[in-house]
Write a protein that binds this ligand. Structure first.
Ligand code: UDP
Ligand code: GLC
Ligand code: MN
Length: 331
């Protein structure tokens, strides 16, 4: 199965964290396929190294940005112009068939059966079910398709400013042509569906195979209590809008499969000798890697930026500064 792969994308370290959790969830459920992550130059070397421990390939790509602020305003996600970068996935011609998955998805069981599907298979979008959601889709890498998509993007653009508008216009007969290309919703269960059709969620939710944390606040923005193994409800109330079990599952995968990778590499052995110290450390590491550091000058704007994945990686939010905070905590 070396010619088939799961593919995801991260253009910054925050989405890198999502990719680490997704990649771990695929591994934990014993996929027999390859795992590939596309990263942009903005992703730090440290994050790339961690990704390399979970993914078979970490491939550097340049950022493609629609810069279409007018359409992006309609989905209230000005930062999603860079999702055009997804289009690079069609250039992975070492593989004959792939499944693209957003970095904010989590696999709950083995989904290798999806490779039996053809391009372009995807699940309906919860907001407009005659469109497919581009958080999970089956496709065939091809330079011809890749070039056509790039040309299409410059000539026609995207009706939502992101990849989903573009891909729905490109594969425009998806809604009507072939029902086998409609993936069941349980392969891309978006968290918003939980409150938009609660009875269906109660009835079918237990069969979910892939959860998609669609929307502008992501699991890595929530606070998590490692002691109770529960996501803490906070003021923005996001955690109560999303089914808490799914959020807890994301964090559970994070703490059991991803966090140890950081612990091994980043923390000197001799400091983790006794049990209490170890607990303190793992908490600190989870802060180091997954919670924004407290700003030196408290600023709502800066927090907003961080949450949108626009951290000041070279400045106040640099690894060095986070490390300093960790050291202070340990002392
Ligand atoms: N993405 C990224 N950097 C960004 C925004 C998005 O790498 O700044 C990638 C990432 O794989 C992400 C996907 O593009 O999962 C789509 O964005 P997102 O999941 O935030 O969109 P949503 O599903 O919430 O509409
Ligand atoms: C959607 C999809 C996401 C896509 C975005 C922009 O909400 O979930 O994958 O990147 O729209 O088109
Ligand atoms: Mn997504």
């Amino acid at each position: 199965m070396s010619d088939q792969a799961f593919v995801t994308l991260a253009t910054n370290d925050l989405y890198g964290k999502g990719a680490l959790v997704l990649g771990s969830s695929l591994r934990n459920h014993k996929t027999t396929r390859q795992q590939v992550v596309l990263v942009s130059p903005q992703v730090s070397n440290n994050m790339r190294a961690q990704l390399g421990r979970i993914f078979d390939e970490v491939i550097l790509v340049d950022v493609l940005d629609s810069k279409d602020s007018a359409h992006l305003a309609l989905i209230k996600r000005p930062e999603l112009g860079v999702t055009f970068t997804k289009l690079h996935c069609w250039a992975l011609t070492n593989y004959s068939k792939c499944i693209f998955m957003d970095a904010d998805t989590l696999v709950l069981c083995n989904i290798d059966e999806l490779f039996e599907r053809e391009e372009l298979s995807a699940a309906p979008d919860p907001g407009w079910p005659d469109c497919f959601n581009t958080g999970v889709f089956v496709y065939r890498p091809s330079i011809e398709t890749y070039n056509e998509l790039l040309q299409f993007s410059t000539e026609k653009g995207s009706f939502d400013g992101g990849d989903q508008g573009l891909l729905n216009s490109f594969f425009s007969n998806w809604a009507t042509a072939d029902i086998s290309k409609h993936l069941p919703f349980i392969y891309n269960l978006s968290s918003v569906a939980v409150y938009s059709y609660l009875p269906a969620f109660k009835h079918y939710g237990a069969d979910a195979k892939v959860v998609h944390f669609l929307g502008n606040v992501k699991p890595w923005n929530c606070s998590y209590n490692p002691k109770t193994r529960c996501v803490m409800r906070d003021s923005n109330d996001y955690s109560s809008a999303v089914h808490p079990e799914f959020l807890n599952m994301w964090w559970d995968t994070f703490t059991t499969s991803v966090s140890p990778l950081f612990t091994e590499q980043d923390i000197p052995k001799e400091t983790s000798s006794d049990k209490q110290e170890e607990e303190k450390l793992s908490e600190a590491v989870s802060q180091l890697s997954f919670t924004p550091p407290a700003p030196v000058v408290s600023s709502e704007e800066r927090r907003k930026k961080w949450e949108q994945g626009q951290a000041d990686y070279m400045g106040v939010d640099s690894f060095q500064n986070i490390q300093k905070k960790l050291d202070a905590y340990l002392n």
